[in-house]
Write a protein that binds this ligand. Structure first.
Ligand code: FDA
Length: 527
């Protein structure tokens, strides 16, 4: 019945107003095309969500993780397609290409600039929420994970089979595998094992022509590009085969909080000289944010020194006391747990409830803006002081900077091994976030993070000032969302994310998607 209703839809001409210009858009043709190709009426109702469908809003909002792009004025997709089979993905590509819709691919929906579910031109979302299978093979120490699964679902899948294997991906358990692996993937195992993409050994991709490709059939160039060269650029990655890594049954995590009155600035200054040189088994990070001071009614800034050691507390304590005595780490700051529990610890969740890893909505959603830096030279003490003091400003009430030590395995991998180039010589990566709950505060908060970023210019890497693609920042520059984007225009942001690898990414894009079907504000353009 549903099929009939859809297939006899009149060829609706939707009049769209875009930048003052009026375009006629064959929305009905697109739906007609897709419903004909899917053909089974009960499947159609589970796969195509038009704006008239009562579930449209809940399907759209289910994977929006930045409320900044969920307002009444945010452009909405004409339809959301939730494929259940590879052929549905192929049909969506075919019909959106033939009927003039841009495609936004969404896996976990954590894109910080919302580009997986927002566009300024007519678009549909291909939402991989039903591509969530995780198959762990402990004997061969590999897993196949579909793009719509979250990192939490992968971690849970591994931990439910073994306590001695893990996977080196991001800290937050609700991020999608599809977007995360498309840009790199750094987490607490990063110093020991490198990025998530360093462990991808095969993938299944649907290209702009609808062909289903595996590593062998796509060739090493394209396989290189999809491991970090950006999402929604080379095709739809349906699944990834990853190599798992050994983890000990017991790891030790710790937190030591120091505020401005407790020498936070000096300790952070010292940390910069030590953290990247520590043994690979020890990852440390500093979380900077505003907190209440011990003086009633006053605020201060806290540097939270957190870490994970791949071993027991008895080995960790003498190591830190020898290498970094200024931290004052004591046994009571440390907790031993399994690797999978450490994911919950870093996510601020109770470690007893590993099942939370399966909850894609476990974390609250607010509005946010993010920026990143890679730092190659230690900051001066006065530089750090100025940085910390900026958190005392009113707009920084819900701001945090996560500063993650590099070195270890990251130093050993060549810059052009994969598209992600931020490797040897990086002391740490800083991810700056500002959040707000009241829309009226957006302007002030975004202005604050831009000022913070300007302040950091003298301390961050230079020529280019490197940035992490997975925390997309459209302030760095964008493509033309309709029409041609020149190499020079895209280089403005592209060199920051990919350094010299940008050129190779453009060459590969030109070969595999010359018509630029897969595109967004910061996708690699063809020549
Ligand atoms: P989403 O679905 O929004 O996709 C992101 C981009 O990839 C979009 O351009 C999208 O079109 C494209 N894409 C998605 N699926 C695709 C597919 N199957 N094929 C092709 N293209 C696809 N990073 C990190 O390295 N370490 C960390 O610890 C964290 N932590 C973290 C916490 C929080 C709260 C946020 C908001 C973000 C992070 N990140 C991170 C950044 C994260 O890795 C990044 O936002 C990923 O792109 C998210 O992937 P999703 O699939 O969730 O995003």
């Amino acid at each position: 019945m549903k099929f009939l209703q859809l297939s006899v839809l009149p060829l609706l001409i939707v009049i769209l107003s875009l930048n003052g210009a009026t375009l006629a858009h064959p929305y009905g043709d697109f739906l007609h095309c897709l419903s004909l190709r899917i053909s089974n009426s009960s499947t159609i109702s589970k796969v195509i969500y038009t704006q008239n469908n009562p579930s449209y809003s809940s399907v759209l909002n289910a994977s929006i993780h930045n409320a900044r792009f969920s307002t009444a004025t945010t452009p909405k997709p004409y339809a959301i397609i939730t494929p259940r089979k590879t052929s549905h993905v192929q049909s969506t590509i075919y019909c959106s290409d033939n009927h003039g819709f841009q495609l936004r691919i969404r896996s976990g929906g954590h894109d910080v600039e919302g580009v997986s579910y927002v566009s300024q031109v007519p678009f549909v979302i291909l939402d991989l929420v039903n591509f969530r299978e995780v198959k762990v093979d402990t004997e061969n120490e590999v897993a196949w994970v579909q793009s719509g699964a979250t990192t939490g679902e992968l971690y849970y899948g591994i931990a439910s089979k073994t306590q001695t294997l893990g996977f080196p991906a991001g800290i937050c358990h609700t991020i999608g595998i599809g977007g995360h692996l498309s840009g790199g993937g750094f987490g607490v195992l990063g110093r020991k094992y490198g990025l998530a993409v360093d462990h991808v050994i095969d993938a299944k991709l649907v290209d702009a022509n609808g062909r289903v490709l595996r590593r062998k059939s796509m060739g090493e160039d394209l396989f290189w590009a999809i491991r970090g060269g950006g999402g929604n650029t080379f095709g739809v990655v349906l699944a990834w085969k990853v190599k798992l890594v050994p983890v000990p049954p017991v790891v030790t995590v710790f937190t030591v909080n120091k505020n401005l009155e407790q020498n936070a600035t000096k300790i952070f200054h010292r940390w910069q000289y030590i953290a990247h040189k520590l043994p690979k088994d020890l990852f440390t990070t500093v979380w900077v944010m505003k907190v209440n001071s011990s003086q009633v009614g006053k605020k201060t800034v806290q540097a939270g020194f957190r870490g994970m050691f791949l071993g027991g507390v008895d080995e960790l304590l003498p190591l830190i006391q020898h290498e970094f005595p200024e931290l004052g780490l004591a046994k009571e700051n440390c907790t031993q747990m399994s690797w999978v529990q450490s994911i919950l610890y870093f996510g601020g969740l109770p470690i007893q409830t590993v099942d939370i890893l399966l909850n894609r909505h476990a974390l609250p959603v607010s509005s946010l803006k993010a920026k990143t830096d890679f730092v190659r030279e230690p900051m001066s003490e006065t530089g750090i002081e100025g940085f910390m003091n900026m958190f005392l400003e009113e707009e920084a009430d819900f701001a945090i900077t996560m500063i993650e030590a590099f070195g270890g395995r990251m130093d050993e991998i060549r810059e052009n091994e994969l598209p992600y180039p931020h490797r040897a010589g990086i002391l740490f990566e800083s991810s700056y976030f500002v959040q707000w709950t009241n829309e009226a505060d957006a302007g002030l908060c975004i202005n604050w993070i831009r000022r913070l970023y300007s302040y950091m210019a003298s301390y961050a890497s230079k020529s280019p000032r490197e940035a992490y693609y997975n925390y997309k920042d459209l302030d760095l520059g964008t493509n033309n969302i309709i029409g041609y984007t020149s190499y020079e225009q895209a280089s403005v942001w592209g060199l920051k994310y990919f350094k010299n690898n940008f050129k190779r990414l453009v060459q590969i894009k030109t070969k595999v998607d010359p018509m630029n079907f897969f595109r967004n504000e910061q996708s690699i353009p063809p020549l």
